[in-house]
Structure formats: structure tokens, C-alpha cells
Design a protein around this ligand. Structure first.
Ligand SMILES: [Zn+2]
Length: 471
């Protein structure tokens, strides 16, 4: 019987990550490979935290702040020595919004929602969520993840032609002001990392004198939360399956005698919060806090009436990822997953989704070791999920894209915002890390002849300048 290399690989990884050691009587958690230096966690986390502080309504309330700070310090003191990073700087802030959520950024900044404290039934439950978040930080999951995939984290390519479908999580709020969804990449974790944070968090809790069972209980409370789209916390921290069961099992291994659970301070904070006006939702609180830079939340519906592409070009430099030349009358619109270049009047929103009628969008789709043809087929499939009228027209043909061998595929579509039939040109190539770099040119059928050469020229101008994110 032949074992596929991939399944053998993940089996080995599983053993390494979750083998029990008899002496410790607890599950050993090994931080994932990380090609970023520790100083990068500190720097990137500091940037993202600055953005979060600008975008989110922080609670300036001494009683609540010092309470959360106290729990945080107790947990930090319980970080096992092998996971301590002296460069990290742990901070704990409370966000005045009602959703049950919390997040922590690389290098230490943690943000806890007021709604999470309100939903908790014991101090142990608050500590449970914080210990989970802290574990993402000490295991350096944010940068490990950012290095593993790409900075773009194109999870939902389905919306790519219509622009990125804007989700409701933290990543979106923070990525509005940062390059290419820095936030999203740091905050949305794989199931494997989630399980690591659960197990590591349980161990930190136990060392701090809390019962890890309280973490399992809190997650159960979170899962029961309804609301549109389900609890926000779960979209960033997906349940790896059997979460409650394996945390409970770990809690039994850890055996904490006389755990801290109900405290007087917890009761005081809870009754203080009840005396305050209720917290707004994240959406209410963050509306209109945009940083002025154009994002995919532009509320205007595109008219589709635009100036032709300028014959002069300008260079757009995306940090250390890539460089591209675009007609000088195309502006860039940053979304969390992609960047779109389009003329005025060609981009905006329709039915709550970002749309564009003329221009080009760039992004990276995750690709698990396929060839460029298969990966392109998958890209087209996912595009057609968000664009039911999408059809293949011709191709693929061979082109040079981003200085390497690529494919050009021509598709037809009907634009939802304008009702116009349009021609879509998709350029794809495989990056050294295996992922798929794509550029998607959109023009109405009647104007396609004027855009075809422009798309080729823009696609041909792309130079990969990145040293980390794409390799
Ligand atoms: Zn998590």
C-alpha cells in the first residue's frame, strides 16, 4: 500500500506536536517553524496594535483595566521558561464592544472585549480566553502563519472579481489601515494552531492557579452565541473539533488543587459593568473610523463611466512584495486580501460587496503543491462561486507574468453592478513557495479592445521584490 507523502508528513507532525511525555504528564506543545526573527513579532505587533488603538474604542476605566491587567500579569508569570521571550512586551487593554471576543498580536499586545468579560461566569473563564490568546503570542503563531502562507491570506478568492468580500472579524478592522491584511494574517489561525493554543493555554492556566476546565466552559458559552454569522471569536479561532473534550482531558492531566475561580474582584467588575451604558457592537463602534485611505468599503456604486487608461504609467511599490506599473489615472484600492487598480468611477460597492468594472486586481491564492494549470482551474472555480455568470472563453495561453512562466485565461462575466457583459483576463503564475500569484483584468466587452494591451503591459511589468512573504 502506498502512503501519500502528504499524509505521512502530517502524521509525523502530529506526533511531534502532541506527544505526551510521561514525566510532565501533560501534552507537549512545540512552536511551529518560524522564519521571522523574534524582533519581527515585536515590530509587526506594535504596528498592528497602534492601528487597533486607532480603530477600536478602548475602555478607560481603572477598575476594569486594572482587573484585566492583574489576570494578564498572573498568566504571563506562568509562561513556561522555554517559551519566554524577553523582547516581548505584554499589554492588556479592554475594548468597549459587546461581542464575546479577544485578540492578541505578535510580541504581546492583547485586547479583550468588554462583552467577553460580561459573558464569563467566573474569573477562570476570563483567564481561559486570555490564556488561549497569550499562547498564540508565545508560540509565535502570527508570524509563523504569515510566513507559511503569504501576506495576502486569500482565503476567499470567491469574491475576487467583485473585490474582497468584507468579513466582520478583527482582521478586517485592523487591516483597513495596514498593508494587505496584516491583521487578518495575524488573527485568523489554522485549526492546528488553535489546538496548540488551547493545550498551551490550559497549561499556562494551571501554572497560574486556574482550572483549565474553565477555558473549555467558556468556549462552550461562546459556541452557543447566536447572532448573524455566528460568534466573531470563532471566525478567527476555528474549533479544531472536540475542543471541549480535549481541553477537559488536558485539564484532568494537569490537576489543579484549589483553583482560582470566583473572586470578589470578578463580582465587583461584573456589577460595575452592569451599571454602565451597554457597549455598542463592533460595527457600530468602528463605523466612520476609517483612516482616510481608500479601502474596499467605498460605499459608492460604480458608474462604469470612466476615462480611458492613461498612456503614461506610474510605479506602485507594495512594500517588499512586488512592484507594478499601472496607467497613471488608476488609483489603488486596498482590500484585506488584494489590491485593485482602477480609474475613478470604476470601483465601489454593490449589495455590500466591493465591485469594479474596469481595472486590475492582484492577489495571491493559497495553493497546496499543484501545478499552475490546476491552481488556475481552482482559482477560476472559486471566482465563479461569487460570479455565477462567469464562463471560460479561451485559453489558457502561455505568457510571461511577473518575470516567470505564466498563463493567461480569458473569461466572460456579467457585472452585477452595471448589468454589463464584461471580459475578464486572468494572469496566473506559481511563486517559489508554490502559491499562485494572480492578476485579474476587467473591462466591459465594448471596451475590451482598448484594455487588452494595457492588461498585458501591466501584467508584464510585475516584478517580485519580496524576500519573505512570497517565498
Ligand atoms: Zn485562537
Amino acid at each position: 500500500m502506498r502512503v501519500r507523502p502528504s499524509s505521512r508528513c502530517s502524521y509525523a507532525a502530529l506526533i511531534v506536536l502532541f506527544s505526551s511525555t510521561l514525566s510532565a504528564a501533560q501534552t507537549r506543545v512545540v512552536p511551529p517553524d518560524n522564519k521571522y526573527p523574534v524582533s519581527e513579532d515585536v515590530q509587526l505587533g506594535r504596528q498592528a496594535a497602534a492601528e487597533a488603538r486607532k480603530q477600536l474604542p478602548l475602555m478607560r476605566d481603572d477598575l476594569v483595566s486594572s482587573y484585566v491587567e492583574t489576570i494578564g500579569r498572573r498568566l504571563v508569570a506562568a509562561i513556561p521558561p522555554e517559551l519566554q521571550h524577553s523582547e516581548f512586551h505584554y499589554t492588556f487593554e479592554v475594548v468597549n464592544v459587546r461581542e464575546i471576543n479577544a485578540f492578541a498580536l505578535p510580541g504581546g499586545p492583547m485586547f479583550v472585549n468588554r462583552g467577553m468579560i460580561e459573558a464569563a461566569q467566573t474569573e477562570g473563564e476570563v483567564a481561559g480566553v486570555m490564556a488561549h490568546e497569550l499562547s498564540h503570542v508565545v508560540l509565535r503563531h502570527g508570524t509563523a502563519q504569515a510566513g507559511k502562507a503569504t501576506k495576502y491570506q486569500v482565503g476567499q478568492v470567491a469574491g475576487a472579481i467583485l473585490g474582497a468580500v468584507v468579513g466582520g472579524g478583527w482582521g478586517q478592522v485592523i487591516s483597513q489601515g495596514t498593508q494587505f491584511g496584516l491583521g487578518a494574517a495575524f488573527l485568523r489561525f489554522s485549526r492546528e494552531y488553535e489546538q496548540q493554543a488551547d493545550i498551551q493555554g490550559a497549561q499556562i492556566m494551571a501554572r497560574a492557579g486556574y482550572d483549565p476546565q474553565d477555558m473549555a466552559n467558556m468556549f462552550r458559552t461562546i459556541e452557543k452565541q447566536g447572532g448573524s454569522g455566528g460568534p466573531q471569536w470563532l471566525s478567527d479561532h476555528p474549533n479544531p473539533g472536540n475542543r471541549y473534550e480535549y481541553i477537559s482531558k488536558e485539564a484532568q492531566l494537569l490537576r489543579v488543587s484549589n483553583p482560582i475561580r470566583d473572586t470578589r474582584e470578578f463580582d465587583q467588575v461584573k456589577s460595575h459593568l452592569r451599571s454602565l451604558p451597554p457597549a455598542p457592537t463592533t460595527e457600530q463602534a468602528t463605523k466612520g473610523r476609517s483612516t482616510g485611505r481608500r479601502t474596499s468599503n467605498d460605499p459608492r456604486t460604480p458608474t462604469g463611466r470612466v476615462q480611458p487608461p492613461s498612456s503614461s504609467y506610474r510605479t506602485f511599490d507594495e512594500g517588499n512584495l512586488f512592484r507594478v506599473s499601472v496607467p497613471s489615472n488608476w488609483e489603488e484600492i486596498q482590500a484585506s486580501n488584494s489590491v485593485t487598480f482602477a480609474p475613478d468611477g470604476a470601483h465601489g460597492s454593490y449589495n455590500g460587496q466591493s465591485v469594479f468594472t474596469h481595472g486590475m486586481e492582484f492577489g495571491v491564492a493559497r495553493n497546496e503543491s499543484h501545478d499552475v494549470q490546476t491552481a488556475t482551474d481552482e482559482l477560476v472555480d472559486s471566482l465563479s462561486q461569487g460570479n455565477p455568470a462567469l464562463r471560460r472563453q479561451s485559453g489558457p495561453s502561455n505568457v510571461t507574468f511577473a518575470g516567470r512562466r505564466g498563463l493567461r485565461t480569458i473569461l466572460s462575466n456579467r457585472n452585477d453592478a452595471t448589468g454589463q457583459d464584461e471580459t475578464i483576463t486572468a494572469y496566473t503564475t506559481q511563486l517559489p513557495n508554490g502559491n499562485l500569484l494572480y492578476a485579474i483584468g476587467v473591462a466591459p466587452n465594448g471596451e475590451y479592445s482598448a484594455y487588452r494591451g494595457v492588461f498585458d503591459r501591466v501584467a508584464g511589468s510585475v516584478q517580485i521584490t519580496d524576500d519573505r512573504g512570497l517565498r
